[in-house]
Design a protein around this ligand. Structure first.
Ligand code: SF4
Length: 110
């Protein structure tokens, strides 16, 4: 079977393009990530947030990871709104509050 005929190919390719841009390939820093080989569920399940943050705390590429994540989430309103998971040593709600604060204010109703 040709890889391009695989049912998951289009979805995977779309995700890679969304995450990593036109090349669709992960950035070089991923090779040094402390989470390489970890179960990704660790970073998305609320009960393991502290454990995931511990992994990030010892990661040599934490700054690049966080910068890329914020850049990616900041491209659309829904990504900012639904920021989730531990990435770059931050939780989704921490990134939301720190990098995408709400700027709208309620209008006074006369
Ligand atoms: S900072 Fe955390 S999520 Fe990012 S690469 Fe390192 S271990 Fe993985």
């Amino acid at each position: 079977m040709n890889l391009h005929d695989h049912p998951g190919y289009v979805g995977t390719r779309t995700l890679m393009l969304a995450l990593f841009g036109p090349s669709g390939t992960p950035p070089a820093w991923r090779a040094d990530a402390a989470c390489a080989g970890e179960d990704t569920e660790l970073f998305f399940v609320p009960t393991t947030t502290a454990e995931a943050l511990d992994v990030c705390a010892g990661c040599p590429v934490i700054a690049q990871c966080r910068a890329d994540q914020v850049d990616w989430e900041n491209r659309t309103r829904s990504r900012r709104f639904y920021a989730s998971g531990v990435v770059g040593g931050t939780t989704g709600s921490e990134r939301n509050q720190t990098y995408y604060p709400r700027t709208t204010t309620r209008k006074e109703v006369a």
